[in-house]
Design a protein around this ligand. Structure first.
Ligand code: ZN
Ligand code: ZN
Ligand code: ZN
Ligand code: ZN
Length: 501
């Protein structure tokens, strides 16, 4: 396979963690480590009925061969449908049962991606042996969970019964479901809907709550073109033999929530350096403020124990992890409600949450950080809050949000991470406008103006550098083009900008 020639990692094995990967040469941040195509991909669990070719919501159109949702003949002929479930469904004459609410979860879709993996096993037996069998399926842990019964009814019995796929054993189908749940990565279809993809190499990387790689997924092409290939790059400089890690969880959640998620969905107890540190590597993403004394911070006494005591650093106030988790869940629920709002309503609502919890959470707490991500992007974009609308005070707020955010991201999403690239882009625009406004108001002189403009240009440069590897079909890939062009133009025009200010 041509992918193997360019890959810059080696797979190792040991008894405690199983397989893991190290880089095979010294790499610079941004360097490509490997590219690969998914072994199989398809709808996520809990998916609404989407086109089985392109994953757009479908109105009523059905595949002329199998009778399952597709949007058009072109989608009907996309190999991932035509050469996979389409044949099984047409041979067994299992039709899609119409649904009342096309936006609701559709149980008939649960079987699609597992079926595609099973059919890929038959098409590529060697890849299956070499790449998929070694993947963790955690059957033991899953057997007594509700997921087992759910899959038994909706996938195992459906495939082996009506779909006439009894050549696949119950055990094998459950194994495939486990492999998908534990190892699949999300990708965004051009429709905006998320699907899941099984990448054999990417799945080898162990988890760490601070990843040292970035992965970017190509969009779906048409026909035989590239389908959801993933590009894995070094996020930071990596010396030869450094282990590479991806993160299986959301990096901006606090430790208690990340570890819960990893335990529930990936079946392991994360003991990474970040999880083991009560300050989360100095970011204080889990820390609370003490309201019994002036400068106290409430920290976990043992971050790897989710029932331990949490104590104030200054007074003798103490609480426990269970109570802290409750606080986190409450805030998380409030933030989720806000995500349904329009952009401009969302700004006000987030600022309200921000003020409400300012006396409870450490300023760098994960939820303050999550609010900052949204606010830093919405100021300048939301209706009534475009860059031209914003008064200097709000422009300064946007600068502050971006800078505080970057302090945390530098630690938990270091190097060439998309979120850092976006935040640098967001930071450049208020810096640029504030510099001009302040010069116009006589608050700064020409020399200071030049320095401020240069600072904004440097942010653009940083943004372009970080986002350079993003596929051009993605929003980040498009942002890269914008940042690169603006960087070029401003760099070559800075003298004129200062002169004519
Ligand atoms: Zn389609
Ligand atoms: Zn079909
Ligand atoms: Zn961890
Ligand atoms: Zn205290």
């Amino acid at each position: 396979m041509d992918e193997d020639k360019t890959k810059k990692f080696l797979v190792k094995k040991n008894d405690t963690v199983g397989r893991f990967a190290v880089v095979s040469e010294n790499l610079k941040a941004g360097d490509l480590i490997f590219t690969e195509k998914p072994f199989a991909y398809g709808p996520k669990t809990d998916s609404p009925p989407l086109c089985l070719g392109c994953y757009n919501p479908v109105d009523k159109n059905l595949c002329s061969k199998c009778g399952w949702p597709v949007c058009c003949t072109e989608c009907e002929n996309i190999p991932s449908h035509k050469d996979y479930e389409c044949q099984v469904f047409s041979n067994a004459r299992v039709k899609f049962q119409p649904v009342d609410d096309p936006s609701a979860i559709c149980l008939q879709y649960e079987c699609i991606t597992p079926l595609r993996v099973l059919l890929a096993k038959e098409k590529y037996p060697e890849r299956w042996e070499k790449e998929i069998i070694p993947m963790e399926a955690h059957l033991k842990e899953r057997r007594d969970k509700p997921i087992w019964k759910f899959n038994q009814v909706n996938i195992v019995e459906y495939l082996r019964g009506p779909c006439k796929c009894d050549r696949f054993s119950e055990e094998l189908i459950h194994t495939v479901c486990g492999i998908l749940d534990v190892n699949a990565f999300e990708a965004r279809a051009p429709s905006g809907y998320l699907i899941r993809c099984l990448y054999p190499n990417l799945a080898i990387l162990s988890h760490n709550c601070v990843s040292n790689i970035v992965h970017a997924i190509e969009c779906q092409g048409t026909g035989d073109q590239d389908d959801f290939s993933v590009h894995v790059r070094a996020a930071v400089d990596l010396a030869k033999d450094t282990e590479i890690f991806s993160s299986y969880t959301y990096s901006l959640w606090p430790t208690l929530i990340r570890r819960d998620f990893l335990r529930e969905s990936k079946y392991f107890e994360c003991k990474c350096e970040r999880c083991s540190d009560k300050t989360e590597l100095g970011t204080h993403m889990s820390s609370l403020k003490c309201n019994k004394c002036d400068n106290g911070i409430i920290l976990s006494t043992d971050p790897l124990d989710d029932k331990c005591e949490w104590k104030c650093t200054h007074c003798n106030f103490s609480t426990n992890a269970v109570a802290v988790k409750k606080v986190f869940s409450t805030i998380q629920a409030e933030i989720e409600t806000v995500e349904m709002m329009s952009d401009s309503e969302g700004i006000e609502a987030r600022e309200t949450i921000f003020r409400k919890y300012r006396s409870v959470l450490h300023p760098k707490n994960a939820y303050m950080t999550i609010l900052r991500v949204a606010l830093s992007q919405l100021y300048g974009k939301a209706e009534g809050y475009t860059m031209e609308d914003l008064p200097d005070l709000i422009l300064e707020r946007k600068v502050e949000l971006c800078e505080q955010l970057l302090e945390v991201l530098d630690v938990v999403e270091p190097g060439y991470s998309r979120i850092r690239g976006i935040t640098y882009y967001e930071l450049h625009s208020p810096l640029l406008i504030l510099a001009r406004n302040q010069y116009a108001a006589g608050m700064i002189n020409k020399e200071q103006l030049r320095r401020r403009l240069q600072q904004a240009i440097d942010c653009l440069g940083e943004s372009a550098k970080i986002l350079k590897g993003e596929p051009s079909c993605t929003l980040e890939g498009q942002l890269y083009q914008v940042a690169r062009q603006a960087h070029e133009q401003l760099s070559s025009n800075i003298d004129m900008l200062v002169e004519t200010a």
